[in-house]
Structures are given as structure tokens and as C-alpha cells.
Design a protein around this ligand. Structure first.
Ligand code: SAH
Length: 463
């Protein structure tokens, strides 16, 4: 097949990125927006030797799994990839993704996977779940300020203030900001020229507390006529924090390094389970609190703590999992690379009166081996003990040095929380080649309508 060729194909599989996969005369095509089960007319847009990419031209016979998207921009927007697939089918796809990686990359036998895998944890209402949104600002052809989302893989802004994954309040807030900009002729930032003031609006919502935060990211040092903007924003029930963050750099990084309070306080408060968190504009905080609670509860269940354990929580962020674990353990050590996050973790421990959690700034693959060696030196070669080690690494998974140290410390249990099933499978293979046994695996859908999937796995030391 060549570029611009068209074909009618059956979509028989789903790629990791959510694209439909089908074959035209034995040649594999990846088709964005095609749903498994569709019969569709497609046009090749890029042809490689063994496979190609095609555009969905027309659905000839819709798949039984095809649903009407909730958002009119579902196809163009880069935020969602599989909104046109029924939610049940999305869940099956994600579960299969985890299973497939465990088999192919992890080398685990299908029978073992059948034994250890538990059904994916989905959402009852898979929309409106995000507590955080960062809306970029731009200018339309008529010169009016617009805000919305980047189209997939580009920085073209699709004007949409009403994202189906976000909270209803977003729209009202964004419209107030746009009206304010029009009134005072305040311009959106332009990436190409580096001119214009308003870059992004960060909105956060506490699902439990109903508190709202608005932080404007600006290319300048102040917002003119800010009092006028504040007056309108504080009419919205729950408004708690209005801030701005200066980011004058020509970069894709959204936030500046710090923020200033315009009105109210510099943070909002929210809960995951019983634990209370203060969330500033710069804090990392899980975006789907309902599913996060399920995910952490599962990690806690897998850890099966009795109260006398020493636990490590590696890649701990703001200490979310650590504080969950600390409720049931004797001692929890958290390790995280970002100093600000550790600052928040210590604060969060204090707010919740948790005294048995201690936090270290540094790379997990340096802090844990360092602790291990130091301990041996101080205790005549004795091995540092841990009962449970929890890891929750970024997509690239755990460093080999870290896995080696975990094996040396030989905790009874390792609980692996993962946001990428491919690196999870790779790391589990290493641990299981060194005395661990895979006991339980469960996927949790933290990001409905996207292709991402979180997984929790439990490993027991086999000896
Ligand atoms: N467990 C936390 C955060 C998980 S996200 C939560 O559930 O909220 C992964 C975290 O790992 C991020 O906070 C990131 O800053 C941190 N990180 C990335 N590389 C790291 C490394 N080499 N060592 C320690 N932490 C790291």
C-alpha cells in the first residue's frame, strides 16, 4: 500500500496508543479513531515497509463497541484517545494490555496470569473525574482570546471550555477569564513571538471539600486590573485560592517556579480516604481522587500490614501512599527525587498527626542502596531489614540498581504500583528471577477515555 491509497478494512485489534488495527491485503494499518469491530473505509497517510498509518474516512458498519462521544471534540483533542469506545470495552482493552505485557515482556505463563490477575477496577461514572486541568490560552483568527486544549501532537488550540473529563466549574471560570481579557484587551501569550500575557489557567477542585483553586500562568510580573477579575471569580461558590505564577521562559513547561497569592490562600485542601492534603499550584497530586483512593487501598491491602512492619515507599511524591501505609505500619520511609514534593510530604504528615513516617530527598536507586551499605557498615555487616517495599515509579520503571538492592534486602513483600505495564512487566521479570513470586495483579482505571492504565502487583519472597 502507498500513501493516499484507500481500502475497506475490518478493525480487529487495538494498538497501545488506542488506534484501531486492521489489515488490507495482509498489510497492517493503524487507524486513529477506528474502534475494534468497525468495518471502515480508510486512507493511507503514511506507508512504511511492513505497516502503515491510515485516516478513518468513513465507518461503513459500526462496531457494537462504538458509542457516541460525549464531547464534540473527542477526535481532534489530544486529551482523550478512546472516547468512542464503550467504557466496558475500554476496561477490557486495558486489562488485556496488562496481561499482554506480562506475557510478552515479563515472560509469565498464561496460566499463572489467569491465576494472579483480578478484574480491573473501573469507574461507575467515567466522566467529570479530573480534579485538575491546565488550559492553554491563544488567539483565534479574529484576534479574540481563546482557551481549550491542544489538538493531538500539536500546539493548535481547540476552543473548548467544557471538557467532559473535568468539573463543571471549569467552563464558568474560563469564561470569566476570557471576558476579563476582552474587556481590558489583555492578550494571550503567543509561543511563536514570546509576546502576550496569559499563558495557562490551572484549575484545581477538591472533590471532597469542594474548594476551588485558580492559578494564572503569566508571561509578565503582574495582571493589570486583577481586582476586577477577582471580583467575578469569587462569586463562584467554593473559590478558595486565586494565584498567579510567572513563567517568562520560552518553554513547554507550564508552571513557573513559584506563585503569588492574589486572593484567599495559596492552597486548597482535599482528602484521599481519611488523609488530608494541602495542594498548592505547584504540588503534584493525583488527578482522579476517587480511583486513587481505590488504588491506594489496594496497595494497602496487598501490603497486608499488621502494625509492626518497616515499610519503604519509593518514588513517594508528596507522600500519598506513605501516609496511607503509615496508618498501619510501625515505620514508613518515603523517598522522592523532588525536594518540594518531600517538603509537602512532611507537611502532610504533620497536618494528619502522622509521626511514624520519615522522608528522604534523592533518587530511589541511590538512597536505598546508600542506606543498605551504611547500615551494614554500622552493624557489622548485618543486612538492613524491611518487611514491605512499595514502589510507584514514573513510566520508565525502576532502575536496575534499585531492583538489585531490593533483592538484597529481601523484604517479604514488594508492592509495585505502575503507570506503564511494559516497564512493570520488565521489572517483575527481574524480581521473579531473583526469588520473588508474582501473587496478585490488578489494574485500576485512573484515566477513563485515555489509553493509560495503572496496575498494582504483589510479589512475595518465595523462600
Ligand atoms: N507515589 C506518588 C507519586 C508517584 S509518581 C503518588 O502516588 O502520588 C512518581 C514519582 O517519582 C514522581 O513524584 C517523581 O518525581 C518521582 N521520581 C522520578 N524519578 C525518581 C527517582 N529516580 N527516584 C525517586 N523518585 C523519583
Amino acid at each position: 500500500m502507498q500513501k493516499n491509497d484507500t481500502a475497506i478494512i475490518e478493525i480487529t485489534d487495538i494498538a497501545a496508543g488506542g488506534e484501531g488495527i486492521g489489515k488490507a491485503d495482509g498489510y497492517t494499518l493503524f487507524v486513529k479513531d477506528a474502534v475494534i469491530g468497525d468495518k471502515a473505509e480508510v486512507k493511507v497517510i503514511k506507508a512504511k515497509k511492513n505497516y502503515g498509518y491510515a485516516r478513518l474516512m468513513q465507518v461503513i458498519e459500526p462496531s457494537p463497541y462504538r458509542v457516541e462521544p460525549k464531547c464534540g471534540f473527542a477526535r481532534r483533542c489530544g486529551g482523550c484517545q478512546i472516547q468512542e469506545m464503550s467504557y466496558d470495552r475500554q476496561l477490557a482493552f486495558k486489562e488485556q494490555k496488562v496481561r499482554g505485557n506480562l506475557e510478552r515482556i515479563g515472560g509469565f505463563a498464561p496460566e499463572l496470569i489467569d491465576q494472579v490477575m483480578e478484574p480491573i477496577v473501573g469507574m461507575e461514572h467515567p466522566f467529570g473525574y479530573r480534579n485538575k486541568a491546565q488550559f492553554p490560552f491563544g488567539t483565534d483568527k479574529k484576534g479574540n482570546p481563546v482557551t481549550g486544549f491542544y489538538a493531538g501532537r500539536t500546539h493548535d488550540i481547540i476552543a473548548n471550555t467544557d471538557c467532559a473529563l473535568g468539573v463543571a466549574e471549569n467552563k464558568e471560570i474560563l469564561e470569566i477569564i476570557l471576558a476579563f481579557m476582552k474587556k481590558y484587551k489583555i492578550l494571550s501569550y503567543d509561543e511563536k513571538t514570546g509576546k502576550g500575557l496569559i499563558r495557562h489557567a490551572l484549575i484545581r477542585y477538591g472533590f471532597t471539600t469542594k474548594e476551588i483553586m485558580v492559578c494564572l500562568v503569566i508571561n509578565g510580573t503582574e495582571i493589570p486590573h486583577a481586582a476586577d477579575l477577582i471580583e467575578d471569580l469569587i462569586k463562584i461558590p467554593g473559590m478558595t485560592s486565586i494565584t498567579f505564577s510567572v513563567n517568562a521562559r520560552r518553554t513547554n513547561v507550564i508552571m513557573g517556579d513559584s506563585y503569588e497569592v492574589l486572593w484567599g490562600q495559596g492552597y486548597i485542601t482535599d482528602y484521599i480516604g481519611k488523609i488530608r492534603y494541602q495542594i498548592s499550584p505547584l504540588s503534584f497530586y493525583q488527578v482522579n481522587p476517587a480511583q486513587t483512593e481505590k488504588l491506594y487501598s489496594l496497595a494497602l491491602e496487598y501490603a497486608d500490614l499488621k502494625g509492626n512492619e518497616t515499610v519503604w515507599d519509593l518514588y513517594c511524591g508528596i507522600g500519598t501512599i506513605s501516609l496511607f501505609l503509615a496508618q498501619r505500619a510501625e515505620k514508613v520511609y518515603g523517598v522522592e527525587i523532588i525536594p518540594q514534593a518531600i517538603h509537602n510530604a512532611r507537611e502532610n504528615a504533620q497536618i494528619n498527626g502522622i509521626e511514624n513516617a520519615e522522608f528522604f530527598v534523592g533518587k530511589a536507586e541511590e538512597v536505598l542502596p546508600g542506606y543498605y551499605e551504611e547500615y551494614a557498615r554500622k552493624h557489622g555487616g548485618e543486612t538492613a531489614r524491611a518487611d514491605v517495599i512499595v514502589v510507584d515509579p514514573p513510566r520508565k520503571g525502576c532502575d536496575k540498581v534499585l531492583l538489585d538492592t531490593i533483592v538484597k534486602m529481601a523484604p517479604e513483600k514488594v508492592v509495585y504500583v505502575s503507570c506503564d505495564p511494559a516497564t512493570l512487566a520488565r521489572d517483575l521479570k527481574i524480581l521473579c528471577g531473583n526469588g520473588y513470586e508474582l501473587k496478585r495483579v490488578r489494574a485500576v482505571d485512573q484515566f477513563p477515555m485515555s489509553v493509560h492504565v495503572e496496575t498494582v502487583a504483589l510479589l512475595d519472597f518465595a523462600l
